[in-house]
Design a protein around this ligand. Structure first.
Ligand code: C2E
Ligand code: MG
Ligand code: MG
Length: 324
C-alpha cells in the first residue's frame, strides 16, 4: 500500500518507509515502552538500508543500552580529563631523525581501563563529544611540548593533532586553538593539525577560512589518510594544505603490488609539485622505509620506527631528535 505513489497536483510522489515490528509480550506493561522498542527496531531497519522492516529483539535493546552507557562514560571522562595523547614519532626518511610526533588519543578510564580510539571515537563522533576530546588531547600535547622545550631546548620538534571534521565547520576554531597555544606558551609552529577529506567534501567556505586563519597563526595543516577517500585533486589545489599523509593501506601493500607503488609515487610527485611535504603512514618494515625514501617521500611513521607511546616512554627513551 505504501509503495503506491500519492498524487499531489498531478505529480506522483513516492514515499519510503522503514518499519519496526514488535510482538506483544508479558514484559510490556506500558505503551511507552512498547513504542520505544518498536522505535529501536525501526532505526535498525533504517540503518540496514531503509525501505524494510525489522522485528525487535532484546539484543537491539542491549546495543542501544551499551551505546548510551558508553556515551555517558565518555561525557564523564571528558570532565575528569581522562583522555591523553600517546605519541608516535615521525621521522625524516633521509636520516631517520625524529622531527615530530603524532598525538593519538588514549582513554585511561577509571571504569573501563585503557581504551583505544576505535572503541570510543565512533560514538564520540556520533554524539559530537569528539570535539571536546580533541581539544583535551591537543592541550595536553601542547603541555608536553612545553615540557620538552624546557628539558631539551628544542623548538623544532612538533606535535600533530587529529581534529574531527566538524571542528572546521565552527568559525571560532582558530581562536580556540590560539587561546590554548598562548595559555600553554608554545610556539604556533610547534603545533600541527590533521584533518581528513571529510572536512573538505562539501567545499564549505568556513572550512577554507578556518584553514587560512590557522595558517596565518603559524599552525601547519596535514591531510590525513590521503588516498582512501575521494582523493580529489581539486582539494589539494583549493585548500592550503602543507603536508599529505599517505594512508597506511597503500604502504602495507607497497611490495606486493606494482599498482600501489605507482599510486604512491604519483601522490609524492603531485605533492612535491604543489609544494607540499609527504608523510608515509604505517611503515612496518625497513624495506618500506627504504622504498619510500627512494621515491622521495619526505617523512615516515610506523611500527618499524616506533609504536605510539606515553609521554613517560618518549622521555625515558630520549626520543626527541633521536636517530631511529
Ligand atoms: P590516524 O590519524 O590515521 O592514526 C594512525 C593510526 O595508525 C593510529 O591508530 C596508529 O596507532 C596506527 N599505526 C601507526 N603506525 C602503524 C603501523 O605501522 N601499522 C599499523 N597497522 N598501524 C599503525 P590509533 O591510535 O588506533 O588511531 C586510529 C584512528 O583514530 C586515527 O587514525 C584517527 O583517525 C583516530 N584518532 C586517534 N586519536 C584521535 C584524536 O585525538 N582525535 C580524533 N578526532 N581522532 C583520533
Ligand atoms: Mg592522524
Ligand atoms: Mg592516518
Amino acid at each position: 500500500l505504501l509503495n503506491k505513489p500519492i498524487i499531489i497536483d498531478k505529480t506522483p510522489v513516492f514515499i519510503g518507509t522503514s518499519i519496526g515490528v514488535l510482538f506483544s509480550d508479558e514484559r510490556y506493561k506500558s505503551a511507552d515502552v512498547m513504542l520505544r522498542d518498536a522505535d529501536t527496531a525501526m532505526y535498525q531497519a533504517k540503518e540496514k538500508g531503509k525501505g524494510r522492516y525489522e522485528v525487535f529483539d532484546t539484543s537491539m535493546q542491549l546495543k542501544v543500552q551499551n551505546a548510551l552507557a558508553l556515551e555517558a562514560d565518555i561525557r564523564q571522562a571528558i570532565d575528569l580529563a581522562e583522555f591523553n595523547p600517546h605519541f608516535q614519532p615521525i621521522v625524516r626518511l633521509s636520516d631517520n631523525k625524529v622531527v615530530g610526533f603524532e598525538a593519538l588519543a588514549r582513554w585511561q578510564s577509571h571504569k573501563r581501563g585503557f581504551v583505544y580510539p576505535n572503541d570510543f571515537i565512533p560514538i564520540a563522533e556520533e554524539t559530537g563529544l569528539v570535539k571536546s576530546i580533541d581539544l583535551q588531547v591537543l592541550e595536553k600535547s601542547c603541555v608536553a611540548l612545553k615540557e620538552w622545550e624546557k628539558s631539551h631546548q628544542c623548538e623544532e620538534i612538533y606535535i600533530s593533532c587529529n581534529l574531527y571534521c566538524e571542528h572546521f565547520f565552527r568559525p571560532n576554531l582558530p581562536e580556540e586553538i590560539l587561546e590554548i597555544i598562548q595559555r600553554v606558551g608554545i610556539k604556533p609552529a610547534q603545533l600541527r593539525v590533521e584533518l581528513t577529506e571529510r572536512a573538505l567534501l562539501d567545499n564549505k567556505d568556513v572550512v577554507l577560512e578556518n584553514m587560512n586563519a590557522l595558517k596565518a597563526i603559524g599552525v601547519k595543516i596535514l591531510l590525513d589518510d590521503f588516498g582512501t577517500g575521494y582523493s580529489s585533486l581539486s582539494y589539494l589545489h583549493r585548500f592550503p594544505i602543507d603536508v599529505l599523509k599517505i594512508d597506511k593501506s597503500f604502504i602495507s601493500n607497497i611490495h606486493d603490488q606494482d599498482k600501489h607503488k605507482a599510486i604512491i609515487k604519483t601522490i609524492i610527485d603531485l605533492a612535491r609539485n604543489l609544494n607540499m611535504a609527504t608523510v608515509g603512514e604505517g611503515i612496518e618494515h625497513s624495506a618500506d622505509a627504504d622504498l619510500l625514501n627512494e621515491m622521495d617521500c619526505d617523512y615516515g611513521q610506523g611500527y618499524y620506527f616506533a609504536k605510539p607511546m606515553s609521554l613517560q616512554d618518549v622521555n625515558s627513551q630520549q626520543l626527541i631528535g633521536k636517530i631511529l
